[in-house]
Design a protein around this ligand. Structure first.
Ligand SMILES: *[C@@H]1O[C@H](CO)[C@@H](O)[C@H](O)[C@H]1NC(C)=O
Ligand SMILES: *[C@@H]1O[C@H](CO)[C@@H](O)[C@H](O)[C@H]1NC(C)=O
Ligand SMILES: *[C@@H]1O[C@H](CO)[C@@H](O)[C@H](O)[C@H]1NC(C)=O
Ligand SMILES: *[C@@H]1O[C@H](CO)[C@@H](O)[C@H](O)[C@H]1NC(C)=O
Length: 355
């Protein structure tokens, strides 16, 4: 019994130092920025592993963008999951995560991919904005463009962003790959795969932006460069992958163990797909250790049949309906010159809440 207790405790400790601990970097206060103690403090308090502390010392001016990424990661996740049963609230606990973000669930897969993407995105943009000493504009594609444009301008440096994000985000799990326990190896492999899927999503979101040149706006010649969309757009792409995520397990192939889909019915998965190795609970009832808040008191949409609908959100339980008064801007008119004038309207709306 005591051995079991120690085992549970050890597992808990392992989980406490998971690979997305760096998201706790969002707790850093602004005044710490110019202090040389930042990197050491981050290891003590903000969940950095040793390798990350080293990267912090080496790339001091990139840390500001790691900070941005940890904030954006949280906001984007919470925005994308606002109307889901699991609403990404447990990301706030960084670095002391609950089991929804350590056991190897689909939600964990999303958070890993998304935070790796946020890191790459933030650094890639900072490079092209000229705020990092070590990098500049992204390389223009070798392939010559079709049509009347030429590559130019300053594209986002996804290459540097990706290199840095990999070094930084993969640190904790790379170390664990050397461990022998099958379960630990699987978890580390899954995390690393999902980090990659995150950077793939950033890469695939690159767009082309152009500027016209030529006499009086005739656009005879266009100069184009590659630009990243905002993180929310990339997050939406990853959320689609989250819905289609594939369960994996260690399976014997010949004499070797390999990570493979848990059931053959699931087919194969590609580098873009999110994978997970532990089934999620339905998040209907409160289980604080698993980061499940339960849906009691959550607002739902009575006319929706999707995840935000009362049927799904309340898990089949009844819901209460209140009528509340909403105040909004309405009957807006453009006033010459140059503003918009609105009236305030009051409107009664029905609000539904799960019991
Ligand atoms: C750090 O920044 C604070 C204000 O942001 C300033 O008062 C302080 O002098 C700075 N310290 C160093 C060592 O630059
Ligand atoms: C998530 O839902 C809970 C209610 O279950 C609510 O208290 C919390 O504010 C929500 N968090 C976010 C980030 O939306
Ligand atoms: C995480 O847990 C550790 C150890 O229990 C504690 O010292 C630290 O303050 C916690 N961090 C946060 C952000 O809650
Ligand atoms: C509720 O769901 C319906 C159908 O999906 C949608 O048209 C409507 O905008 C939703 N209402 C709110 C308040 O989100």
């Amino acid at each position: 019994m005591r051995l079991l207790g120690a085992l549970v405790w050890l597992t808990a400790l392992w989980q406490a130092t998971g690979a997305i601990s760096w998201l706790a970097f969002k707790h850093v206060e602004a005044e710490a920025w110019n202090s040389t103690r930042l990197c050491r403090l981050s290891r003590q308090r903000h969940g950095f592993v040793k390798r990350q502390e080293k990267l912090c010392r080496r790339y001091r001016d990139v840390m500001r963008h790691v900070h941005t990424a940890s904030h954006q990661s949280m906001h984007t996740c919470q925005k994308l999951f606002a109307n889901h049963r699991w609403n990404c609230s447990s990301i706030n606990f960084a670095p002391n995560y609950t089991r929804d973000l350590t056991a190897g669930t689909r939600e964990q897969a999303f958070v890993y991919a998304q935070s790796a993407a946020a890191l790459m995105h933030s650094v890639a943009r900072a490079c092209s904005a000229g705020t990092i000493f070590y990098c500049g504009c992204g390389r223009t594609p070798r392939r010559l463009p079709d049509g009347n444009f030429k590559w130019g301008g300053c594209g986002d440096n996804t290459k540097f962003g990706q290199r840095f994000a990999r070094k930084f985000a993969d640190s904790a799990d790379r170390r664990k790959s050397k461990r022998t326990s099958q379960q630990e190896r699987l978890r580390a492999k899954v995390n690393l795969h999902n980090n990659r899927a995150g950077s793939k999503a950033v890469q695939k979101s690159l767009r082309i932006e152009c500027k016209c040149h030529g006499v009086s706006g005739s656009c005879n010649i266009k100069t184009c460069w590659r630009k990243l969309p905002d993180l929310l757009t990339i997050g939406q792409r990853l959320q689609r992958k989250y819905r289609a995520a594939i369960e994996v397990a260690m399976r014997r192939v010949g004499s070797r163990w390999q990570m493979a889909p848990a059931t053959t019915a699931m087919g194969r998965f590609s580098k873009d797909d999110l994978i997970y190795n532990a089934k999620s609970p339905d998040y209907c009832v409160k289980d604080t250790s698993f980061g499940s808040l339960g849906t009691n008191g959550r607002e739902c949409n009575a006319s929706s049949t999707s995840h935000d609908g009362c049927q799904s959100m309340c898990c089949g339980r009844p819901y209460n309906t209140f009528t509340v008064e909403k105040i909004e801007r309405c009957q807006c008119k453009y006033v010459w010159c140059c503003y918009v004038k609105c009236k305030t309207c009051k409107r009664w709306v029905d609000v539904h809440e799960c019991t």
